[in-house]
Design a protein around this ligand. Structure first.
Ligand SMILES: Cc1cc2nc3c(=O)[nH]c(=O)nc-3n(C[C@H](O)[C@H](O)[C@H](O)COP(=O)(O)O)c2cc1C
Length: 200
């Protein structure tokens, strides 16, 4: 299963574009799940280190809906709105709280491909930095960060929403980055499947 996570508190462009990415992956034969922070109660990590000793998070909130999905996922698509030039606080909270997943199984994310989506109201409002923040999370945890490729280069999906869903849907260049990145991501997943089947 490929897990898509939306770090937007609204049912707007971030959820929509993530949904499109997952739809494209389904069309390529992958099973997907979409999780959104919208309407959920998720607190920041408090660095109590309970998870390091007990392999689970002590904070009782909606993050516990996500933990089993993280365990099951073999690839990740993290989508964030751009807030003040970087990822949203909601996205960062989810990322920090994966510490409990890693405490339970340090290899839970290892060698799993990850792609990133960043949606900004402005054309150059910080989408690339937000993508790099997500990629840093992937790199730090031994994952395989996937870009849209070198010709017509992009680091992932960048959308210019002009603060509306309608304009996000009309961002041709952004949608091109979506198609390219999903293609590369699917290739990475298929390549890993082959490696896994040879090792078995
Ligand atoms: C607190 C806040 C800060 C924002 N800062 C930026 C910004 O720095 N750059 C940008 O391009 N858009 C910024 N925006 C606009 C959002 O990125 C944009 O409206 C985006 O489409 C929101 O995602 P959503 O459609 O999923 O809600 C900001 C929005 C909010 C609420």
């Amino acid at each position: 299963m490929i897990l898509g996570i939306s770090g937007s508190p609204r049912k707007m462009a971030t959820e929509y574009i993530l949904g499109e990415a997952l739809k494209m992956l389904e069309e390529k034969g992958f099973q997907t799940e979409q999780f959104s922070v919208r309407g959920k109660s998720i607190s920041p990590c408090k660095h109590c280190d309970f998870c390091l000793k007990n392999a689970r998070c002590v904070i009782k909130d909606d993050m516990h809906q996500l933990y089993p999905l993280i365990q099951e996922a073999r690839g990740f698509v993290i989508a964030t709105p751009v807030y003040n030039g970087s990822m949203s606080a909601q996205t960062k909270m989810v990322i920090d709280r994966t510490r409990a997943s890693l405490a339970a199984d340090p290899k839970v994310l290892r060698q799993k491909p990850g792609m990133a989506i960043a949606i900004g109201g402005d054309r150059m409002g910080g989408q690339e930095l937000a993508l790099q923040q997500i990629h840093s999370f992937y790199i730090l945890n031994g994952m395989i960060p996937v870009s849209g490729g070198f010709f017509g280069a992009n680091l992932g999906v960048t959308i210019w929403s002009k603060d509306t869903l309608e304009d996000a849907k009309k961002d041709e260049e952004g949608l091109r980055s979506l198609g390219k990145t999903v293609r590369r991501f699917a290739e990475a997943l298929q390549w890993l499947e082959k490696v896994d089947s040879k090792e078995k």
